[in-house]
Ligand binder design. Structure first.
Ligand SMILES: Nc1nc2c(c(=O)[nH]1)N[C@H]1C(S)=C(S)[C@@H](COP(=O)(O)OP(=O)(O)OC[C@H]3O[C@@H](n4cnc5c(=O)[nH]c(N)nc54)[C@H](O)[C@@H]3O)O[C@H]1N2
Ligand SMILES: Nc1nc2c(c(=O)[nH]1)N[C@H]1C(S)=C(S)[C@@H](COP(=O)(O)OP(=O)(O)OC[C@H]3O[C@@H](n4cnc5c(=O)[nH]c(N)nc54)[C@H](O)[C@@H]3O)O[C@H]1N2
Ligand code: SF4
Ligand SMILES: [Mo]
Length: 762
């Protein structure tokens, strides 16, 4: 007997619905797009189609591993947890404990619900995540402008008339901080209804090829380009303000330094194009500016992210249909609050509120109210060694190696990684590779023995994807339509703990507390909700409400609680959403188009949009200064391929090979000029690599591109080892960061390139 089941794809931010066929043994025999999913409507990509292969990868770990010297021993779960406890007991001062949360935490229920309590239980400020190798500039810009780091507007893709997209390539990535299944189809529809798509990228990507216009830009110069557009809006009197805003005069003043003619040389964008883009943006019936990783992981990442929303505000497009809008996720409860680590680990405000109180009995009852009125800040504390500022409760991953290597009080000796591979993904990951070898104790929660987890003393593998429930707490907060879908586990756990149970157990070990973490959290959230005016359950009895919660697991009951308290929830009085209702709608529920809601989202002290936050205006000086300097001759950028997913899908045969290989894209003019052939040596301030060349005129002269997530030589992941490639993060530089957010810089890295066999003096 075969069975047909439906579930959300957990692999990328597009949250597609999938329809799987399973045989009697629980093996996946086919994967198709779920055509009854109201959001993804049957869309699927090659990664989703390989979900069965990935889920049953023979190299996935099935039992915990303990390392003894260079040897690994499979052990039972109790022995593994006992080893963790012993390792943690050796940490005399919790400042020496660190945690790193990787990207898949943004996709798993376990990451969403148990990441934050684990951080709290560890009791350290040494908190790192993929966020500072990714979107931290957006959190900081949003925090300073709108008062909350999760107040991130998304382009209203399905209704906009004009989309200016910078540093994103959704035809490969399927979109990011903009949850939109079938992003390609939505872009085609935009053009089909007469809209205009302009893509700004140093490469003519597949997305650029689909656009009405592609603008080549020099890497790392988006802030100049965007300032040139802002300048033009003021100079030509094209500003339309539809909200009360602080700081317009300051922005106009700052933009005076960046007229199109002044930034044209640096950006490589002709002044007349900059002026035209400004006029088009201002003249479009509706328009949105959207920028992603290419503009975030750059030296002026926060300035660029800020300018994106400055443009959305100055053209009257923020918070209106067809413009840049704030989604209303089903698990949102009360004020938007949280940290980027919480985003990585779910980001749901309700999650944070509950978790904060759940594990620490000492939290003040008024914490949520206090958080509502306290203005967003960065740099509340600084890293021990380099003095880098905290943002959203995290320190930059660019300084993790410093904290492990540098002796002194608070030196990191103990590390937990959850779903991360920083040896390949962090800036100058090669240094972390060595640093991890010096740790006293390391624990990794990960299904694979890989470049990072090979340093662990204990590896705790989560079960198969199909054995896990799935709800996109984080990603549905960035969806271009309001939507919810829950996928219960399809297969039993067979005696293994769920990932939720693994993380909860780690939190309990670290806190020394006993009891049921979920019940702590539920109790605390209910208490807060019943005390919150207008929550829908104000004044009601906590025990009575608790008894109404449904769900097979603690995670499901917490989801039920958040849905019921959320804006569409049974208890909040505006709908009847609950876990039960989602279970009754296995294809997902459409909750309607995005609606204006700035008033609910804005959390600044002034109650207004802060268009010119002082920290940001200060950083403009740095940008001005850099305009005077000569740019490097050749710079390195990254790229993504549809069939990769950062570092961890290279072990699935059908996904690697063909066009998905680790090559250096380079303009043919540079190949000739530098006398290259076949392979070349790329050198940066931090390292060098020999790489195969892929000459292509789709990349600007003076720019080369190498994808990240490769470098699997010697890996015990057998397929990945055969397609090893090299790690671009051997070349990237952890000493250069976006100063405001501490974010890593992966784009615009200065490099030199020479033929192999030529010895150059360094
Ligand atoms: N040069 C360069 N570097 C980059 C980037 C770039 O563009 N250029 N991009 C950056 C970005 S945007 C990001 S997000 C980071 C990603 O950085 P990381 O998150 O550190 O790296 P990933 O490769 O996503 O590693 C994911 C890990 O999670 C494991 N895993 C997969 N599924 C699960 C699960 O369900 N549970 C658990 N516990 N583990 C799981 C995988 O085996 C793998 O070890 O990389 C960054 N690094
Ligand atoms: N297939 C696949 N999908 C993924 C991932 C993956 O690894 N593979 N990773 C996931 C993750 S973790 C993330 S964060 C998202 C990222 O999603 P996207 O932001 O869409 O990521 P990319 O496809 O890397 O697109 C970034 C683009 O920026 C361009 N670029 C580089 N430097 C600059 C610059 O200085 N300025 C401008 N304007 N452009 C620049 C690059 O050429 C590239 O085309 O994708 C997610 N989805
Ligand atoms: S686009 Fe993303 S969510 Fe959709 S099938 Fe592909 S990997 Fe899965
Ligand atoms: Mo990312």
């Amino acid at each position: 007997m075969t069975s047909t089941v439906h579930r959300t794809c957990p692999l990328c931010e597009a949250v597609c619905g999938l329809t799987l066929t399973l045989d009697e043994g629980g093996h996946v025999t086919s994967v198709r797009g779920d055509k009854d999913d109201p959001f993804s409507k049957g869309f699927i990509c090659p990664k989703g189609a390989s979900l069965g292969r990935l889920d049953e990868d023979p190299d996935r770990l099935r039992k915990p591993l303990i390392r003894e010297g260079d040897l690994w021993r499979e052990v039972g779960w109790e022995e593994a947890f006992a080893a963790v406890k012993e390792g943690l007991d050796r940490v005399a001062d919790r400042r020496s404990a660190a945690i790193y949360l990787g990207n898949p935490n943004a996709h798993s229920m376990a990451g969403a619900l148990y990441g934050a309590p684990l951080i709290k239980a560890l009791g350290t400020r040494n908190v790192y995540s993929a966020s500072t190798a990714d979107q931290m500039p957006k959190h900081v810009a949003s925090g300073l402008m709108f008062g909350h780091p999760l107040a991130i507007p998304v382009p209203d893709l399905d209704r906009t008339d004009y989309l200016l997209m910078l540093g994103a390539n959704p035809l490969e990535s399927n979109g990011s901080l903009c949850t939109a299944p079938d992003f390609p189809g939505r872009l085609k529809a935009l053009r089909g209804r007469g809209g205009r798509l302009v893509v700004v990228d140093p490469r003519r990507t597949r997305t650029a090829a689909l656009a009405d216009e592609h603008v080549f830009v020099r890497p790392g110069t988006d802030a100049y380009l965007l300032f040139g557009i802002v300048h033009t809006l003021f100079a030509e009197d094209l500003v339309t303000l539809s909200h009360q805003v602080n700081g317009v005069a300051e922005v106009r003043e700052a933009a005076k330094h960046f007229p199109p003619e002044a930034v044209s040389g640096r950006t490589g964008v002709p002044a007349e194009v900059i002026v035209r883009l400004a006029r088009e943006l201002a003249g479009a019936r509706t328009a949105a500016v959207y920028a992603r990783i290419g503009t975030c992981t750059a030296e002026f990442g926060t300035l660029a992210q800020w300018l994106v929303d400055v443009l959305n505000v100055l053209t009257g497009n923020l918070d209106r249909p067809g413009g840049a809008m704030f989604p209303k996720p089903a698990t949102e409860f009360g004020a938007r609050r949280g940290s980027a680590a919480a985003w990585r680990s779910g980001g749901s405000e309700a999650t944070r509120a509950g978790e904060g109180g759940g594990i620490r009995a000492t939290e003040p009852a008024s914490r949520s109210e206090a958080m509502n009125t306290r203005p967003y800040q960065v740099g509340r504390w600084r890293s021990r060694v380099r003095g880098l500022p905290e943002s959203n409760g995290e320190l930059p991953v660019a300084t993790l190696a410093d904290e492990i290597e540098t002796p002194g009080e608070g030196q990191v000796t103990f590390l937990i990684t959850v779903a991360g591979n920083p040896v390949l993904s962090a800036p100058h990951g090669a240094r972390l590779d060595a640093a991890f070898g010096r740790l006293d104790f390391m624990v990794s929660v990960d299904p694979y023995l890989n470049e990072t987890t090979r340093h662990a003393n204990v590896i705790l593998p989560p079960p198969r994807m199909l054995q896990s429930g799935h709800y996109d707490f984080a990603l549905l907060g960035f969806a271009v339509r309001n939507y919810a879908r829950y996928s219960p586990p399809l297969l039993p756990l067979d005696g293994r703990p769920s990932e939720a149970q693994i993380l909860a157990r780690l939190a309990m070990i670290a806190s020394g507390l006993e009891g049921d973490l979920d019940e702590f959290v539920i109790g605390e959230m209910l208490r807060k909700a019943t005390e919150t005016p207008g929550s829908g359950v104000e004044g009601r009895d906590v025990a009575g409400l608790r008894a109404e919660l449904e769900g097979e697991t603690g995670g499901e009951r917490r989801l039920d609680l958040m849905l019921k308290l959320g804006p569409y929830g049974e208890w909040a009085g505006k709908g009847d959403l609950s876990l039960r209702k989602l279970l009754d709608h296995p294809h997902g529920l459409d909750l309607g188009p995005l609606e204006p809601r700035l008033g609910e989202v804005l959390k600044t002290a002034s109650g207004l949009i802060e268009l010119a936050p002082p920290q940001i205006i200060e950083d403009v000086e740095r940008l001005r200064g850099r305009l005077e300097e000569d740019p490097p001759e050749i710079v390195l950028i990254g790229r993504r391929h549809l069939r990769s997913n950062n570092s961890w899908l290279h072990n699935v045969g059908p996904l690697v090979g063909g066009s998905n290989t680790c090559t250096l894209q380079i303009n043919p003019a540079d190949v000739t000029r530098l006398g290259l052939d076949g392979e070349a040596v790329v050198r940066s301030a931090k390292g060098q690599l020999t790489v195969p060349l892929e000459p292509t005129d789709t990349i600007m002269p003076g720019v080369v591109s190498l994808p990240h997530g490769w470098g699997h030589a010697g890996s015990s992941q057998s397929v990945a080892a055969e397609h090893a490639g090299v790690s671009v993060n051997t070349l990237t530089d952890e000493s250069t960061i976006d100063v405001l957010s501490g974010n890593a810089v992966f784009n615009g890295v200065p490099v030199t390139i020479s033929p192999t066999g030529v010895i150059t003096a360094q």
